[in-house]
Design a protein around this ligand. Structure first.
Ligand code: PRP
Length: 218
């Protein structure tokens, strides 16, 4: 045990990290320091378990994992699809469920049906491009934004948006609706390709424990 190296986890900040830590607790992976909501610490260590856990911006998680700065990442599938990194996706955790959708005012529905050259605002240009160009064969202008995407059709920046819909309340409160569904999404566990080989036993046990705790039958 003494020579065992640390297994490092990168968790996407926010709701997903909270749910992930709750799940980790069920399988005996705990980190007391992380429970202090006021802490500004970025990395947490459990010496007994030989693990390190850090919180990062969601879109950066696949980057840390690809470069081996983290062995394991827990992040939304939206981020994995958008980043297109060289990593192993090993488990659908089943939580963090939401949908990637094309949304807008209902008048924009017609523009989608008639293959018009429209403007699409999104935080996910790669997903939007794949959807419109490869799946729908519709030429569109994609405008990259960094947040509050629902503003774009309201202020006339774009006709539609491609964004995550969870409860649908942001759309509803802003007079927008789902026009088309791109794909369902959930939280995923990703692993660095070298770590998977070096720590095969620890990582496969972790996957099995998580499946048990989350009642995943695959
Ligand atoms: C996400 C997403 C939507 C909203 C959807 O935004 O971009 O705006 O949540 O959730 P709902 O369907 O439950 O209303 P987030 O809170 O991540 O902030 P952002 O505006 O910075 O993207």
């Amino acid at each position: 045990m003494d020579n065992e190296r640390y297994l490092t986890f990168a968790l996407g900040k926010g709701r997903l990290a909270k749910k992930t830590m709750e799940t980790f607790e069920k399988i005996g992976i705990t980190c007391e320091e992380m429970k202090d909501s006021k802490t500004r610490k970025l990395i947490f260590v459990n010496e007994d378990l030989k693990i390190k856990i850090f919180l990062a911006k969601g879109p950066d998680v696949p980057t840390y994992v690809e470069y081996g700065a983290a062995d394991i990442g827990i992040v939304g599938e939206d981020t994995i699809l958008e980043e297109g990194r060289n990593i192993y996706e090993v488990l659908d955790l089943g939580y963090g469920k939401c949908r990637m959708c094309v949304c807008g005012p209902k008048e924009s529905k017609e523009l989608l049906e008639h293959q018009q050259l429209i403007r699409v605002a999104t935080k996910y240009p790669r997903i939007a491009k794949n959807y419109f160009y490869d799946k729908k064969h519709q030429t569109v202008e994609i405008i990259k934004l960094n947040g509050s995407i629902e503003l774009a059709p309201i202020v006339g920046l774009s006709e539609v948006i491609v964004d995550i819909v969870e409860t649908g309340s942001t759309l509803k409160e802003n007079g927008l609706e789902v026009l088309e569904e791109v794909c369902p999404l959930s939280a995923r566990m990703v692993v660095n390709q070298v770590s998977m080989k070096m720590d095969y036993e620890r990582i496969t046990k972790l996957i099995a424990d998580l499946k048990g705790a989350l009642a995943i039958n695959e």
